[in-house]
Ligand binder design. Structure first.
Ligand code: UTP
Length: 409
């Protein structure tokens, strides 16, 4: 792209301020900025006008979960189906570690955070330890572990894991890939600049993982290794079980496109997304979309009908994902803290949200699939998310939960 073409593109989208410092830049910086302008989809920032507005949803209906009582009573059967698939190498895991972790507020990737008290216990370490439990249950069969990073945290993530010898996971079983980025803007849709020569960008949400895997050419590995299912999970739940045999067995045995780990809600109005049907297809209703009527609805046993919250741990059938991958997912607008340079070109790291990021969400991915099994896990054993520095879902709450599970910190 030439300078003139870049200028015309910016003009078309009302973003000419991006060139404010162009004349001051070195030749290399000029080339980088022009390349970034060429790569950036400025049309997405138009979505900022939808901030806080409902996206318009379909008709919701309950979707029954496989409950702990059933899982317990069918444990042997589920375990044997799952362990067989694991030993046959049909299952892979994918760690979603591309997020910015802005609420935690650490400059490093979230997985590098040390939650230890008497020794180092890094979040990545906890995750690998949990994955190694699955390996043990599969008689030593290592799963392929994909790790999604973003251009912002890839180098730090890769070098940290290498430095720590992948916490005992074989390096040749680990494959990194980077997710796509989207520009970040102020509330009027003007993109922020993070330096004189760089537009502020942020990772495009946790649902872009499969498209990013395809773009990175990783389907070759999937086909070559005979991987049929991929368990995706978030970086910040330090207690989660990953592709554990019973979950795998329940999902495969149910003949669905996807299994979703869920926890029983603490209260009808708890702030979690709830697994449900939307227009007859699996979906997730956000807590603020739950009407009083839905909160009061009961199933055949008299239990709340919308009672199972998602914890960002899903087992997807890879062929079904490939089928739906031709459709592009909508971008949602989220309010976040976005570092930017001010009128004096000083970098500002805001204390409170100052603009919009644009993200693809997993719920839209689930909704494209024909079927999904919500699979209940016990919150105290499998759900210790670290989102915030203090208070709810923080390092302290996660430490407490780890301690109760006998994990030394
Ligand atoms: P969160 O929604 O908690 O986002 O991510 P975040 O970016 O990590 O944290 P905040 O909101 O800025 O504080 C849930 C999971 O999805 C991953 C995160 O790394 C985490 O594992 N994620 C999120 C991505 O991989 N890419 C993204 O673009 C967003």
């Amino acid at each position: 792209m030439t300078f003139e073409e870049a200028k015309a593109k910016l003009e078309e989208f009302g973003q000419l301020h991006v060139l404010k410092y162009y004349d001051e830049l070195s030749e290399a910086e000029k080339a980088d900025l022009i390349a970034q302008i060429a790569d950036t989809d400025f049309a997405v920032v138009d979505n900022c006008k939808n901030l806080g507005k409902s996206q318009g949803r379909g008709e919701f209906a309950p979707l029954a979960a496989m409950q702990v009582s059933e899982i317990e009573s069918r444990k042997e059967e589920l375990f044997s189906i799952g362990a067989k698939a694991l030993k046959e190498g049909k299952i892979a895991a994918c760690l979603l570690a591309g997020g910015m972790g802005t609420r935690l507020g650490s400059d490093n990737p979230k997985g590098m955070y040390d939650i230890g008290l008497t020794k180092n216990v890094y979040i990545f370490q906890r995750i690998i330890e949990n994955l190694l439990d699955t390996v043990k249950q599969a008689d030593g069969t290592y799963l392929r572990l994909f790790i999604m990073t973003s251009e912002k945290n890839n180098d730090a993530t890769v070098s940290f894991l290498k430095e720590h010898n992948f916490f005992g996971y074989p390096e040749d079983k680990v494959t990194f890939f980077k997710q796509e980025m989207a520009p970040a803007s102020d509330y009027d849709g003007k993109v922020y600049m993070e330096s004189k020569s760089r537009i502020s960008t942020s990772p495009n949400g946790n649902a872009g993982w499969y498209a990013s895997m395809l773009r990175a050419g990783l389907r070759d590995i999937i086909l070559k290794e005979g991987i049929e299912w991929i368990d995706i999970f978030s970086v910040d739940n330090v207690l989660q079980r990953i592709a554990d045999p019973c979950f795998v067995g329940a999902t495969l045995g149910a003949g669905v496109s996807c299994g979703a780990k869920v926890v029983r809600k603490n209260a009808p109005d708890e702030k979690v997304g709830v697994m449900c049907l939307e227009d007859g297809k699996p979906s997730i209703v956000e807590y603020y979309e739950l009407s009083q009527e839905m909160m009061d609805a009961k199933d055949a046993n008299g239990d709340p009908a919308y009672n199972y919250g998602v914890i960002l741990n899903y087992l997807f059938n890879e062929k079904d994902l490939y089928e739906i991958s031709k459709k592009s997912l909508p971008l949602h607008v989220v309010e976040k803290k976005i570092p930017y340079i001010d009128e004096n070109a000083q970098l500002i790291k805001p204390e409170s949200p100052n603009g919009c990021k644009f993200e693809q969400l997993v719920l839209d991915m689930i909704h494209e699939l024909p079927s999904c099994l919500p699979y209940e896990v016990v919150r105290e054993y499998e759900f210790a998310p670290i989102k915030n520095k203090e208070g709810v879902d923080s390092v302290d709450t996660a430490r407490e939960l780890c301690k109760k599970c006998g994990i030394e910190l």
